[in-house]
Design a protein around this ligand. Structure first.
Ligand code: LLP
Length: 411
């Protein structure tokens, strides 16, 4: 099996397993897919990559090639971005509980926008800006009350969500009051994010219409950032909507809503994370032992929930193949289990696969988002290496963790 003309068996020989593999050409075409289609003649547009999906230096350098903007949600993500020279004014800083240190760090690095989640954060920011004599542009994270149909752990905008404030609530009104008096904290617009792995565009268009409606309260054209959440294909059941249709639908909805409401906006932003990196990513494992129980057959792999927590956390579904046996008859129904001391460490259940032998390579598809970024050292597993491949070349972009590194912070 080849990815971008690189044989995965060669990657195993060079880097070992488990290994995260990213097809760089696929990443490029996903970035360009959004960049090329998310455009309007009536307002500016911006595509902001949500770095939580996969945040390593080489990924951020790739985004810089395309002049992409960045959503960070922690000082760690911001630090990573600044370490590769990401333009701070293209950075949006999210999060519901940014500490004083984090806010100060962001202010001192003059980042583009702070997305303020709540009243107390705004009060803290206002005080900090006065103390440090700094100005800052902010968006307010609104909870628009749109419920998107996805796994409940990834729904973010129902009325009691931990994220954002409700329009016209008492907190919202107090925030607007503070902003009307503040000379340093500059209100630029609104952000909302309605959830993840969404296939129903109506959820997004409802959010756009709601935000545009709110713009009528303001004299200045606002920035509207409608978040990410565009669904990807993990298995054949998933039918993602192509970028051009997502982009054109959102732009058209916004243009129509602006006309209907008689308002203008300065800029419309989206924040795709998963839809840029998920399908460009693969995880390569080596099969160890194979075990039959009365009702099941297990193929054990040398990774598991430590490199992909999503099946255990969200019952996420994945597809896989045994390398070199992709076209063999899939006569067995097997469970792919990881090596953690945890019964829930199952990467795929009821998976049709051909016979396997110890030492075969197993590849899981669509693991580019929230795999590496949610990996852990549970059971003192080492974080796998990450390699980018393109046009027959491979490039190690993150080394496998070593046992010394695993213990280096322990006293
Ligand atoms: N913008 C904001 C404010 C977000 O909270 C998120 C995701 C995104 C953008 C990007 O969403 P995406 O396009 O990647 O769906 N760990 C979960 C996903 C959590 C997403 C949290 N926020 C998973 O593995 O499915």
């Amino acid at each position: 099996m080849k990815i971008s003309n690189v044989d995965v068996k060669d990657l195993k020989a060079k880097y070992g397993t488990p290994l995260y593999i990213y097809d760089q050409a696929h990443l490029r075409s996903n970035i360009l897919g959004f960049k090329n289609y998310f455009k309007s003649n009536s307002f500016k547009t911006e595509v902001i990559y949500a770095s939580k999906a996969f945040c390593i230096k080489e990924m951020l350098r790739l985004l810089m090639e395309y002049d992409m903007s960045l959503d960070v949600v922690s000082q760690g993500e911001l630090y990573t971005a600044l370490s590769v020279g990401f333009n701070p004014s293209n950075i949006y800083y999210h999060g519901n509980n940014k500490s004083i240190n984090e806010l100060e760090y962001a202010l001192n690095h003059n980042i583009g926008y702070i997305v303020v989640d709540n009243l107390m954060e705004l009060e803290t920011l206002e005080e900090l800006c006065n103390n440090l004599n700094k100005n800052v542009n902010i968006l307010i994270r609104l909870n628009v009350g749109v419920e998107a149909h996805t796994h409940k752990f990834i729904v973010t905008a129902h009325v009691d969500s931990k994220f954002g404030v409700l329009y016209n609530s008492s907190d919202y009104n107090q925030m607007m009051d503070i902003l009307s008096k503040s000379s340093k904290v500059r209100f630029k617009g609104f952000h909302s994010h309605i959830g993840s792995q969404i296939f129903d565009l109506n959820a997004f268009t409802a959010a756009v219409e709601k935000l545009v409606g709110i713009c009528k309260d303001f004299n200045e054209p606002l920035v509207l950032d409608i978040g990410g959440g565009f669904g990807v294909r993990y298995t054949d059941e998933d039918k993602p909507i192509p970028f051009n249709i997502v982009s054109e639908t959102l732009i058209k909805t916004c243009e129509d809503a602006l006309n209907q409401n008689g308002v203008k906006i300065e800029k419309l932003c989206i924040e795709p994370g998963r839809s840029i990196v998920a399908e460009a990513g693969y995880t390569l494992y080596t099969i160890g032992y194979i075990k039959k129980t009365p009702n099941k057959q297990y193929y054990f792999i040398d990774g598991g929930m430590t490199d992909n927590i999503r099946p255990a956390l969200y019952q996420a579904q994945y597809a896989c193949d045994i390398v070199g046996k992709e076209n063999e008859f899939k006569k067995n129904v097997v469970t792919i289990a990881g090596k953690c001391c945890e019964s829930g460490d199952l990467i795929i259940e009821n998976c049709p696969l051909p016979d396997a032998e110890k030492g075969d390579l197993l590849i899981t598809y669509t693991t580019g988002a929230y795999g590496y970024s949610m990996s852990s050292n549970y059971n003192k597993a080492l974080t796998p290496a990450v390699v980018f491949v393109e046009d027959g070349h491979d490039k190690l972009v993150c080394k496998r963790q070593t046992y010394d590194e695993l213990l280096e912070r322990e006293i």
